[in-house]
Design a protein around this ligand. Structure first.
Ligand code: ZN
Length: 144
């Protein structure tokens, strides 16, 4: 997920512990870890794309003949994506270039305009949303 064009993946889980998403059901939750793998791979995909690498789009599994399977979802696609082991139409193997695993994590200087998110104070309506947005902007410029 792209967050205001700054390239972050965001996974949000409900606070309510009784939510059905915390109950494993093999008929509903196929490969439940997939959401974390998926969003993490988007980060790696973006790192390489920003450096000019030509790699398959993470969502293009069908173009390369992969199908979502019961219980394991797109596990095979993700495995081949990470190992650069996807057969392309021209016979080459494509996927994430292994250089992505050697790149250093982002430094503080990469986050020039960050604002701390307050997950305990989540907006409940559009007015609160606007208010929180302006608060964040003011904080960004050091205005309290
Ligand atoms: Zn995605």
């Amino acid at each position: 997920m792209d967050l205001y064009g700054i390239g972050y993946s965001n996974i949000r889980l409900p606070n309510d512990r009784s939510s059905y998403i915390y109950t494993y059901n093999s008929y509903i939750n196929t490969f439940p870890e997939e959401v974390f793998v998926h969003e993490f791979l988007h980060s790696l995909e973006r790192i390489l794309q920003e450096r000019g690498y030509e790699i398959p789009e993470l969502h293009d599994y069908q173009k390369y003949g992969y199908k979502e399977q019961r219980l394991i979802g797109l596990k095979e696609w993700y495995k081949d994506y990470m190992n650069c082991n996807i057969k392309s139409s021209d016979g080459n193997l494509v996927g994430l270039d292994s250089i992505v695993y050697t790149l250093t994590p982002p430094a503080e200087s990469d986050f020039k305009y960050t604002t701390e998110l307050d997950f305990n104070n989540e907006s409940k309506n559009i007015l609160e949303e606007a208010k929180n947005l302006f608060k964040a902007i003011f904080r960004m410029f050091g205005i309290k």
